[in-house]
Write a protein that binds this ligand. Structure first.
Ligand code: ATP
Ligand code: MG
Length: 421
């Protein structure tokens, strides 16, 4: 076992990158607050049964991707592979259905799936997500989509494509499934091996198979969108109207079915063409049967999950500059032992005053202390030597202009604050 390597499919986020994560998280929290969503944090692991029941036994997640283990009490536990089922469980357990509806929630969470690691596909990944419970109004579907779209727009991401579809309700889907199976049975031999298995288990998934031969074979397949019942059709038409009212470009893609069993009616994906084959940045949909399936009262719901790693890949591919991390605004440069002690005391005063500041701890020369301050983009250096201590003054250097000022020690903090620190 190589203990100096993180497990396959996991990675470290170092400070420079973590800064970007925090920025994205702050932006996401801000937009969720603006839209009236409250944050929910659910446990990292749940009873395995929750995912088997909700995500669906025939899905990739449940069939092969879950991190499942027995705990010491012999319970079957699973690290959450997705965020929605835990939130639905929490909605029921905390009786949120008894509060005024709708309940609007957002989360920032890790997810765990045993997948083949590649760019944009990890075994521990992270998601931003939102869920709305208690309204079946298609305007809510449009709101959920608009939050995702406005979020990526605010980050400066361009050219993302929004695809929407409806996969109907249990009533029209059942009738459609029959039609689909009739068509598929006739062409089954031409399908890939995975799809051959899907015919009996989860035929709808065949529709979004990435295999080219499968796609060709399905060229004339009856589309679900043409086979919706009146209620589902009206819902979809209304969603499109609302999206247009908000000015969104979208494409109807009848082949989007999403991998999870609990979806009904609206499904959607936001794709980026710059992040290679793992190009779905955000996926979501309506799940009107989920809460009931988990043992709660019949409750409509809709949400999305956005992959943070894929979001970052898109940001990088589009050369979008995110605010940079500056470890400190002020760096204290000291000359000599006495000055160094004074520096420790003064540094604490700066920090106490809420100023981001640091000093040298390696006994470096003045030159390398200045270089260090410069490397980390310090806005000011405070230079302290014997002379300064004797005279009760400090030399403050504006690193951008090179301007240097002698300032009375007890006025130094005010001086820095007036300088925009
Ligand atoms: P994919 O088509 O990539 O397998 P999915 O349909 O399994 O995605 P969802 O369960 O809908 O994905 O999850 C929502 C989002 O979470 C995805 O669009 C993606 O951005 C991200 N995501 C899912 N699985 C992973 C993973 N293994 N590594 C990184 N991000 C992931
Ligand atoms: Mg997947």
């Amino acid at each position: 076992m190589i203990i100096t390597k993180a497990p396959r499919g996991t990675r470290d986020v170092l400070p420079e990158e973590a800064w970007k994560w925090v920025y994205l998280e702050n932006q996401f929290r801000e937009i969720c607050n603006q839209y009236g969503y409250g944050e929910i944090r659910t446990p990292t692991f749940e009873h395995t049964e929750l995912f088997v029941r909700t995500v669906g036994e025939t899905t990739d997640i449940v069939e092969k991707e879950m991190y499942t283990f027995k705990d010491k009490g012999n319970r079957s536990i699973t690290l959450k592979p997705e965020g929605t089922a835990p939130v639905a469980r929490a909605y029921i357990e905390n009786k949120l259905y008894a509060q005024t509806q709708p309940i609007k929630l957002f989360y920032v969470t890790p997810g765990f799936r045993y997948e083949r690691p590649q760019a944009g596909r990890l075994r521990e990944f992270h998601q931003f997500g939102i869920e709305v419970f208690g309204s079946k109004d298609p305007a809510v579907d449009a709101e959920v989509i608009s939050l995702a779209m406005l979020f990526v727009k605010r980050l400066g991401i361009k050219d993302l494509e929004l695809y929407i579809n409806s996969i109907g309700c249990p009533v029209c889907r059942k009738a459609y499934r029959k039609k689909l199976l009739e068509y598929i049975k006739a062409v089954k031999d031409k399908l890939c091996n995975t799809c051959k298995i899907r015919v009996d288990k989860n035929p709808l998934r065949i529709l979004d198979c990435k295999n080219e031969t499968c796609q060709k074979t399905l060229a004339d397949v009856p589309e679900i969108i043409e086979n919706l019942c009146n209620e589902c059709k009206e819902h979809f038409d209304s969603l499109k109207k609302h999206l247009s009212l908000m000015g969104f470009d979208f494409k109807v893609n009848p082949r989007i079915v999403r991998g999870l069993d609990y979806y009904t009616k609206t499904v959607f994906e936001i794709m980026s063409h710059e992040v290679g084959s793992q190009n779905t940045v955000c996926g979501g949909g309506r799940y009107d049967g989920l809460v009931e399936e988990c043992g709660g009262p019949p409750t409509p719901g809709i949400g999305f999950a956005m992959g943070i790693e894929r979001l970052l890949m898109t940001i990088e591919a589009q050369n979008i500059e995110l605010p940079k991390h500056t470890p400190f605004d002020v760096f204290i440069v000291t000359i000599g032992k006495e000055a160094d002690d004074f520096g420790v005391e003064f540094l604490y005063k700066l920090r106490e005053a809420g100023i981001s500041a640091d000093k040298d701890y390696l006994g470096r020369s003045i030159r390398s202390q200045m270089k260090y301050a410069d490397k980390y983009n310090a806005r000011y250096t405070v230079i302290i030597g014997d002379e300064e201590i004797k005279n009760g003054v400090l030399t403050i250097r504006n690193m951008k202009t090179g301007e240097q000022m002698e300032v009375k020690t007890d006025k130094a903090i005010d001086y820095l604050k007036n300088g925009g620190i």
